[in-house]
Structure formats: C-alpha cells, structure tokens
Design a protein around this ligand. Structure first.
Ligand SMILES: [Zn+2]
Length: 147
C-alpha cells in the first residue's frame, strides 16, 4: 500500500492544446512524474506551431507554484506567482488520484484554465475573456524554493 498508481492509464492521451486558452492538467504532470516535492520545470503550450505560453513551476509539499509574466494589451509586464494547492484521493486498491484545488472556489479539478492572469476552474472561466488574443506569457524569473 502507499505506492504510486503506476501502470494506470488515463483514458485519452491529453492532446496538445491548440485552442487559445491555456490549460493546466494535473494528469499531465503526474504522468511525467513531475509532482514530487522539489521538482521544478517549465510548462509550454503550443498554438499553431507557435509557442503560446511558457510557465515555470515548482512543486512543494502539497502545492504547485506557478511563476510567469503576464501582459494585457499595452500594459506593463506583470510578474505573477500563483499557488495551486494539491489534494489527493486514494482508491481502495492503493491507487491515488491527484487534484488541483481551484484558487478561488477550492473545488477539486483535474484541469485549470488560464483566465486573464489567473488559473481558475472551468466553472469560473469567462469564455468571452478567453477570446481576447491579448494574453502574452513569457517565462518569469527563477523561483527560489522555500523550505
Ligand atoms: Zn473554481
């Protein structure tokens, strides 16, 4: 018991995101073994073969820290650090499922969507906002890992 649910498969392979909104899918991170505390890396999204967004991430115990810069239209670049709390549920046979907790409503979700400069669950997304092509994200500065 207590082992990772390795060998389990998530139904459909998550296809590359080609729509304008950026998605953060916790299944992708888990699949790539990127949810262990101390793990840091960069997530990139592709759109029409162009890099649509890049976000640095750091995993700490029980949470995922996102680090990026955001620009809306003509305004100055804004440094954004978003903390996404993680939750886990366990199956009777020892497997586990990792969830993202929506920063605003706290609901367990598998996918968060970029909504302006924040990642929110599907229920809180504003479809009209997504349609604006003004969001630009570039890598933020390196994030020190706090003890
Ligand atoms: Zn929510």
């Amino acid at each position: 018991m207590g082992g990772y649910g390795s060998g389990r498969h998530f139904g459909a392979a998550s296809k590359a995101t080609t729509e304008s909104r950026l998605q953060l899918d916790v299944r992708y991170l888990k699949k790539h073994n990127s949810l262990k505390p101390g793990t840091a890396g960069v997530l990139s999204w592709l759109s029409s073969n162009l890099e649509a967004g890049t976000i640095g991430f750091t995993v700490q115990q029980g949470r995922l820290i996102l680090n990026y810069r955001y620009r809306f239209q003509e305004r100055d670049l804004e440094d954004v650090q978003e903390i996404i709390n993680l939750d886990r549920t366990y199956c009777n046979y020892g497997g586990e499922r990792v969830w993202l907790l929506c920063p605003q409503c706290g609901q367990r979700v598998l996918v968060l969507y970029l909504n302006g400069k924040d990642f929110l669950c599907r229920h809180l997304t504003d479809v009209n906002y997504f349609s604006r092509p003004a969001t630009i994200i570039i890598p933020g500065s390196p994030l020190p890992v706090k003890a």
